[in-house]
Design a protein around this ligand. Structure first.
Ligand code: ATP
Length: 276
């Protein structure tokens, strides 16, 4: 399927949607319904319900070990919930692998870059296109368009192993976008970035829903970026949902301040307030 976009990337190829139970057009929502994950005696997440909608940006925050990555793993087929369901377009995804989710339009990035270090940046993105069955020429042209959109075109021929950590994150986003996702889940894309770099990334992420017609879930500890980028925020603590709301509501929420914003997040909020 070829889809034209209004933004900088002119066209992108969507893979055929071969996951069971998924109908065209692309799913409008990806939902976790009352899901729990246990690792032996540890409850990593408990009874969490969350909905990601196409065209919107949802933030997912919480202290280290709160269960954010585990939740993303459930929403992308890397982890099966112990209880509860993940629904795509209201259809249950029981038994789906990560490959099923990917083919159904759910793409993610990882905290660690997972790039082929001996390949160039553009080749790293091209291989994703090759995996979708695109010709080399088509994969390369899409990869170059995405790199330009992400303001990384000057690094196209750089070996991935020589990239700055922050640039690795953006290459990971380019690879995920090449899949033409209906949903894009970003795991700490601004880690290690300066304020100027995270502001630039924030502008790009804010443009993703319209440009690529997808929904974004943003996991981030960088509160400046979360508050500036997300329309709604979901807060986890010790595996449980403690709040949901707009950035303004979350910044004032007493439970969130007590568990998270009172610690590492607060310093960042103070810096934000000084800067605005
Ligand atoms: N595969 C696993 N086996 C056992 N325990 C795990 C596994 N994955 C995560 N955990 C535990 O589950 C809890 C939630 O971890 P998770 O990585 O989801 O948190 P997080 O909110 O993403 O943390 P961070 O912000 O540090 O990335 C933690 O106590 C973690 O140690």
């Amino acid at each position: 399927m070829i889809t034209a976009y209004a933004g900088g990337v002119e066209m992108i190829t969507r893979p055929s949607r071969t996951a069971p139970g998924v109908d065209q057009p692309l799913a409008a929502s990806l939902r976790a319904e009352n899901i729990s994950v246990r690792f032996g005696g540890l409850a990593a997440i408990s009874e969490v319900t969350l909905a990601l909608e196409r065209g919107h940006i949802l933030g997912l925050i919480g202290p280290n070990g709160a269960g954010k990555t585990t939740l993303v793993n459930c929403l992308t087929g890397f982890q099966a919930p112990t209880h509860g369901r993940v629904l795509l377009a209201d259809a249950p995804t029981l038994g789906w692998t990560a490959e099923h989710f990917r083919r159904a339009g759910v793409a993610r990035t990882f905290q660690a870059g997972r790039l082929f270090k001996a390949l160039s940046v553009v080749e790293n993105i091209e291989v994703t296109g090759a995996g979708l069955g695109l010709s080399r020429r088509r994969a390369r042209s899409l990869a170059l368009e995405l790199l330009a959109w992400l303001k990384l075109d000057d690094k196209a021929e750089t070996l991935a192993g020589a990239l700055a950590y922050t640039d690795e994150r953006r290459v990971g986003i380019a690879r995920a976008l090449l899949l033409g996702p209906a949903f894009l889940l970003l795991d700490e894309p601004a880690a290690g970035m300066s304020d100027a770099e995270s502001d630039e990334l924030s502008s790009l992420v804010k443009a993703i829903p319209k440009t690529f017609e997808c929904g974004v879930l943003l996991i981030e500890h960088n509160m400046r970026m979360v508050m500036d980028t997300c329309e709604m925020i979901h807060v986890l603590d010790s595996g449980r949902t403690i709040a949901e709301g707009t950035p303004a509501q979350i910044q004032k929420n007493k439970a969130v301040i007590a568990s998270y914003l009172g610690g590492e997040g607060e310093k960042q909020l103070e810096i934000m307030e000084e800067g605005h």
